[in-house]
Design a protein around this ligand. Structure first.
Ligand SMILES: Nc1ncnc2c1ncn2[C@@H]1O[C@H](COP(=O)(O)OP(=O)(O)OP(=O)(O)O)[C@@H](O)[C@H]1O
Ligand SMILES: [Mg+2]
Length: 240
């Protein structure tokens, strides 16, 4: 049996006494996009942060290409090939686009490993970033900042990319650009977990869908299975 890019079993996640994710199991196959959907507060960011090692699950396992990572540090997990682009995009606003990418490149070089991604390749994927290489990142549009945040993650040569609401706060035209970027990365065989409130964007790019409702998986299946069952969306996602 082929090893999943990411394989998660029986995750229980708490904040103090309060359990926010219950027995989450899911698998992400190589080169696929899995959309993790759910209403506000469903536990999506908590789940991604736990995958990335920023928060510890109380129990359960997380395997990256077959290797257990649930006890590793965030840096170790990033080096092992899983990178998070957090909700709200973390970039250095006072540095230029180029400098932001260089900082990420230096950090990746220090940790060794294969250098599949470099500046040229990021620029080839996001032409807009190349045009704005010398511009201060804080003055980029929301969509451009999102592309820069993804570009910085790519510089770390991930096998699995975790995207937390990349379309949040973006105008529809820019959302279309983000969708295009995700499709390009998928064509490049990257494996992606995409957290989205934008239901249409998620279904446009995803192969597989997991729906969370208050920390519990209420649906897991193909994107087609969700399209075929509009009732799911109204019940668990608040989409009408
Ligand atoms: N640091 C924290 N301490 C305590 N509770 C938290 C913390 N972070 C999140 N929570 C709670 O955990 C639950 C899940 O939050 P989470 O941020 O994972 O949801 P989400 O699905 O990402 O929501 P959104 O769509 O609004 O981003 C919520 O009830 C939230 O209030
Ligand atoms: Mg969130």
């Amino acid at each position: 049996m082929a090893t999943d890019a990411l394989s998660v079993s029986g995750l229980d996640i708490y904040y103090g006494q309060s359990q926010v994710v219950h027995q989450l199991s899911m698998g992400l196959r190589d080169g696929r996009v899995l959309a993790l959907l759910g209403r506000n507060g469903a536990g999506k960011s908590t789940t991604l942060n736990t995958f990335a090692g920023l928060h510890r699950a109380r129990s359960g396992g997380i395997k990256l290409a077959g290797r257990p990572v649930e006890r590793m540090s965030p840096e170790g997990i990033a080096r092992a090939g899983m990178r998070l682009v957090p909700q709200g995009r973390r970039i250095f606003p006072s540095l230029s686009v180029l400098e932001n990418l260089q900082v990420a490149e230096q950090a990746a070089a220090k940790s060794g490993g294969r250098q599949a991604w470099n500046l040229e390749r990021v620029y080839a994927t996001f032409g807009r970033l190349k045009e704005r290489a010398r511009q201060r990142a804080g003055t980029l549009s929301g969509g451009e900042q999102q592309m820069l945040a993804i570009g910085r993650a790519l510089m770390g040569n991930p096998r699995v990319l975790l995207l937390d609401e990349p379309s949040e706060g973006l105008a529809p035209m820019i959302v279309a650009e983000v969708a295009q970027a995700i499709k390009t990365l998928k064509a490049d065989r990257l494996s992606i977990v995409l957290v989205e409130q934008n239901f249409n964007l998620a279904l446009e790019v995803a192969d597989d869908v997991v729906v969370l409702n208050t920390g519990r998986v209420v649906h897991a299946g193909s994107a087609d299975s969700v399209r075929a069952e509009p009732e799911l969306a109204t019940r668990h996602l608040g989409v009408f």
